[in-house]
Design a protein around this ligand. Sequence first.
Ligand SMILES: [Zn+2]
Length: 226
Amino acid sequence: MNYIKTDILSANSFVKHGFAYLEGHMNINEISDSLGLKKIKTVKQVHSNKFVYLNDVNKFETNFEADAIISDLRGYGVGVYTADCVPIIFIDTVNKKWGVIHAGWKGTLAGITEKVSDYLLGELGCKSENIKVAIGPCIEGSCYEIGEEVAVRFKSGFDNPDLFLKKEEGKKYSLDLKTANTLQLRNKGITEIELVDICTKCDLNYPSFRRDGKNAGRMLSFVGFV
Ligand SMILES: [Zn+2]
C-alpha cells in the first residue's frame, strides 16, 4: 500500500493515518480493511467552512455537505479528497478526538481550520498542547497563482496576509495556503504541526488540479483510532 505517513502522528500505534494517492486498484475500502478500520467516512466537499462531528455510527449513512470531519468513533476513520487543496489531519490522543480538513482557498478564506480548532478547544474540551497536526501534500505558494480579486479578499480577511500572499513585479499574486492554515492553527495555540514538503503540482506522483485539470485524480487523507 503506497501512502505517506508523518512522524508526528505515528507515535501511537492505535492512530492510523496517511496521505494516499488513489490510483489503479487501490481504493478507500482496501485502505480501511488493511488498517483495521471498519470504514472511512467521507463527505460531499463543497469548499465551505462547514464541519461534521461524527460521534454516532448512524451518521455514516448521511451524505453530509462539509469540508471537515471531527470524530471520536473508535474503529472508524474519516477522510477528505484533494488535488492541490490543503489536507489537514489532526489528533488528540489525550481527549481521543481526531479528524481531517479540506482547505482550498475558499475554505481557508472562510476560516475552516480556525472554526474546527475553536470547536475542538471549546465544545469538545481539547487542550491546544495535546493537539498534533499533519499538513499533507498540496500546491505550494510559488506554484499557486491567483487573481487580484481573490487576493483582495485575503488581504481584508487576515491580519498578516504578507506572510502567505506574495506579488512580484509584473506577475500575478501567489497564495501559500499551507502557511495560511498553519497561521490559523497557531493563532489558536496549536503549534505541534508537521508539514509534508511536497508540491502536488510539481511532483508528478500526486494529483494536481492546476496541472491536470478536471481529469486530475484525487488524494485521500485519512485518520482513525483503532
Ligand atoms: Zn510546485
